[in-house]
Design a protein around this ligand. Sequence first.
Ligand code: ASP
Length: 422
Amino acid sequence: MHLHRRVLLGFALGAAAGLLLHAAWPANPPPVVRGLLEYVAEPAGRLFLRLLLMAVLPLVVSSLILGVAEMGDAAKLGRIALKTLGFALLVTALSVVTGLLAVEIFKPGSGFPAEVREKVLRGGGLPVPPIPESLTFTQRLLSLVPDNPAKAAAGGDFLGLMFFSLLFGVGLIRADREKTRPLLKVLESVNEASMAFIAMIMKLAPYGVAALILNLTTHFGYELLANLLGYAGVVVLALAAHQFVTYSILLRLGSSMRPLDFFRKIQEALLTAFATSSSIATLPVALRVGEVQLGLPRDIARFVLTVGASANQNGTALYEGVTALFLAQCFGIELTLAQKFTVLLMAILGGIGTAGAPGASLPMLVAILASIGVPAEGVLLILGIDRFLDMCRTVLNVTGDLLISVLVSGSEHRRLHPVPKL
Ligand code: ASP
């Protein structure tokens, strides 16, 4: 059976088993079930996630340096980078507008019962994510540049690490080819070995995905959705519209790939994104899918996917826009047009500046709320359902990166290379 079918099967079995267990014992599962969760499903899910994350460091560094160096000249790199940024801004803006329209049409927050709101705010007991330090523009730009790449790598500062790899790649372009050839060969080997390593980890994906989903569904079941059904419905509807309508139209306009083909080929990456809620953890799989399933030109795929995993989060941007307006509605706050515009801009920035990790968008959401005068504690209202929505928006974040790499390849008139039958 194809790997993506097996991952899908793992996903379905994990979800079904989790929902059944939750339906049978919503509050206090018997020791056998608790043991199964605590000693089997939970560690198995974590193991899969850790293995994926383990592959990120060698992959990010080697993929990005090689991606840049293989472009061969700085002018081409500049052009690809500008196109990537242009597409990312366009797609992100479209996603936020979709979300804002949906929330304006359906108004899921108006008429939200005040007692429920007060109860959650008073008794939530969950910590409100801190508002990110308000850095000035210059400080923010400076913080992108790590003073020590080893520290950035060790501290999980992927944006810093990417900046270093990017510049190092440019250095390689400018240096004497004769002298740098051995280093390129070494990086090529690191990259090959990392890809083989990912292929190995992906053999575990059906079990890892099953374990992650089993855990989540057993803990939360479907009641999680009940209280915030309208809100979650609007988020999911807008995400789905963007995922299937906007992305399909963009694919049609900007490439020769049929949308259905595209979605079929990237399934593995989508399921991994859903199960892990992390674009960064999904990056190794996305790179593999880009190269093996979509047959994208290597330099472009490496560059766009690696940068995109940290800097192009369409789903996150949409979600932040919807949630900010929803919470304003819950608190009965009428936003002016200028404030809605602030939400639009901040959500677009949020999509670019949010790290690809679970729940990474919450601090930015708090910042958006603060800037339009909605109490930051409002986040408590949606925290209970955040994990599920995080899973959904991460799927879009990863699809967006794959889509942009297809569009950039198309715009460079680069043929996709033939894909080997797996
Ligand atoms: N979990 C998302 C990602 O990794 C980020 C977020 O929206 O919280 O892409």
